[in-house]
Design a protein around this ligand. Structure first.
Ligand code: ATR
Length: 287
């Protein structure tokens, strides 16, 4: 017997909208990373890069929400502004004042910071280095550094010294963290008097402005780790200095980028993606 085909309604499958906001943002690897995670985990999403200058970011984010945006990453220079757009904040975001992951919750945004957890995951899981007990020197006191301080302390580092070109900014960040026994500040010019560190973290944007950092060799402890939160070209100078200076472990921030994305992906989609294939592809120059 002939049976008529059931009629299938002509409706596109539900595709959830995600984006990364930044300024500039065209270079961002987040669309590649999130699309790859989504494909690997059978999630139907769109993920676009949206360029928004600081003054137009609130309106652009509101438009994205009105168009059905479910989640967004936020990159430079919008991470501090993003916190102000949130109805609620996760603990790392609340303590650092910096948001890199926005999730639509009811008719507002919930803000998280996954940068610090991404940094710790890269160091502890990818590179298998123990952060516990390390004496840390952090270079810079901008949004990038603020975003990771909470998770560094949570990971069990012994002490963090923040050194910044503009010392008042380092002091303000240390005050905000509010753990004077574990976080202190020093002048850049005094760095040679501070002794040796097991972990030196570059969170400055100097190389992005074509500028070199002046760093003394005395900061390098045996078996120390040098890590640049920048990646690619912007990390070349610091990593070259670190190798020449004798750091045993030297890494750029590409792994942190992939890991923070994976944590954001889990917040949005409830699954933790496998980061290794994407990391390898990016490290080989793909994406
Ligand atoms: P981000 O969000 O990347 O942290 P930011 O808030 O502008 O951007 O911070 C950039 C950081 O890099 C700051 O700590 C900045 O020092 P200042 O606070 O003195 O501006 C630091 N930085 C930028 N260029 C630098 C340079 N040539 N030498 C040392 N530090 C530099």
């Amino acid at each position: 017997m002939f049976e008529p085909e059931p009629t299938v309604p002509d409706v596109a499958p539900q595709v959830a909208r995600y984006a990364v906001f930044g300024h500039p943002v065209a270079h961002s690897k987040s669309p590649f990373i999130h699309q790859r995670f989504a494909t690997d985990n059978h999630k139907a999403i769109t993920y676009h890069a949206i360029d928004a200058a600081p003054e137009s970011f609130p309106a652009a984010l509101a438009r994205f929400a009105a168009d059905g945006g479910r989640g967004a990453n936020v990159t430079l220079p919008l991470k501090g502004l993003a916190a102000a757009q949130c109805a609620t904040l996760g603990e790392a975001a609340r303590r650092t004042g910096v948001v890199n992951t926005l999730t639509r919750a009811g008719d507002g945004w919930h803000g998280d910071n996954t940068d610090g957890a991404g940094l710790v995951a890269d160091i502890a899981e990818r590179w298998r280095l123990d952060l516990r007990g390390r004496r840390v020197l952090v270079l810079g006191a901008g949004g990038a550094v603020a975003g990771v301080m909470f998770d560094l302390l949570e990971a069990g580092v012994d002490h963090v010294t923040i050194v910044n070109r503009t010392p008042e900014r380092a002091d303000a960040l240390a005050d905000r963290i509010g753990e004077p026994a574990r976080v202190s500040t020093a002048y850049w010019a005094d760095m040679a008097t501070l002794g040796a560190f097991d972990f030196v973290l570059n969170g400055t944007s100097a190389a992005r402005h074509g500028q070199r950092l002046e760093l003394p060799l005395s900061i390098v402890a045996p078996r120390a780790l040098a890590y640049d939160m920048n990646y690619g070209e912007a990390a070349i100078d610091f990593l070259a200095w670190a190798r020449a200076a004798g750091f045993e472990h030297v890494h750029d921030g590409l792994g942190m980028l992939v890991e923070q994305a994976a944590i954001a992906f889990r917040i949005w989609h409830g699954v933790r993606p496998d980061t290794e294939p994407v990391y390898r592809e990016l490290a080989a120059g793909g994406g």
